[in-house]
Write a protein that binds this ligand. Structure first.
Ligand code: CA
Length: 226
């Protein structure tokens, strides 16, 4: 999953970034509200972690902008004080959940997992192409009815290709969804990861599902024709 952390305290931001990366999430950081808003509009995040107290534009203002623009991203607000007023205001403005600082990191991760699960269970059922299946709720993948074990990055690429099946997904889109801003889409990491994915879901099966579109990216479809 791709997560944006908007937090002006560098120590806290880096701490959250490190922890989320260990859970195999792609993480971008913004240290003020303006930058957070810009990133949230530029990229597709699964969750935005939004501190309320930010220099300049505060978390409430960022949230208001996101919701006014109909951005459907999940938002977890971080409030500095345990003030009922702040929590109510955040929830009224469209936050999905909140956490009061200082918080326990395990609880933070649990809230993130809950938001991701909630997003997955709303309107998302099993993704299918031919005899390949991916269940976003359980993260189980099957080909021809047999379970396929995938590590985090190949899984995330497959999820993206399945949601966009029949369409060419560019290397840049893959890098943005599966890695994060500091990732260089020109390197060969994407190719290596797609190779691992093919090894698991295509090798020894008919028809072949993952196709390379030279110079552009990849497309997932059951037939050879575009
Ligand atoms: Ca702050």
């Amino acid at each position: 999953m791709r997560i944006l952390v908007v937090e002006d305290e560098p120590k806290v931001a880096r701490f959250l970034e490190r922890g989320l990366r260990q859970q195999a999430h792609a993480v971008d950081l913004a240290f003020d509200g303006e930058d957070g808003l810009r990133l949230a509009f530029e990229n597709d995040y699964d969750v935005v972690v939004l501190d309320v107290m930010l220099p300049g534009r505060d978390g409430f203002s960022v949230l208001t902008e996101l919701r006014t623009a109909q951005k459907a991203v999940r938002v977890l607000m971080l409030t500095a004080r345990d003030e009922v007023g702040d929590r109510v205001r955040g929830l009224d403005l469209g936050a999905d959940d909140y956490l009061v600082k200082p918080f326990d990191f395990d609880e933070f991760l649990a809230r993130i997992r809950a938001l991701i699960r909630r997003a997955a269970s709303e309107g998302q059922t099993t993704l299918r192409c031919a005899d390949l299946e991916l269940d976003p709720r359980t993260r189980q993948v099957r080909r021809g009815g047999k379970p396929v074990q995938l590590t985090a990055k190949p899984y995330a690429i497959l999820d993206l290709l399945l949601r966009r099946q029949g369409q060419v997904v560019s290397r840049t889109e893959i890098s943005e969804h599966v890695w994060d801003q500091r990732f260089d889409p020109m390197g060969n990491v994407i190719d290596v990861t797609v190779h691992q994915l093919r090894d698991k879901v295509d090798k020894g099966f008919e028809p072949r599902l993952i196709h390379t579109v030279r110079g552009v990216g990849y497309v997932l479809r059951a037939g050879e024709q575009a």
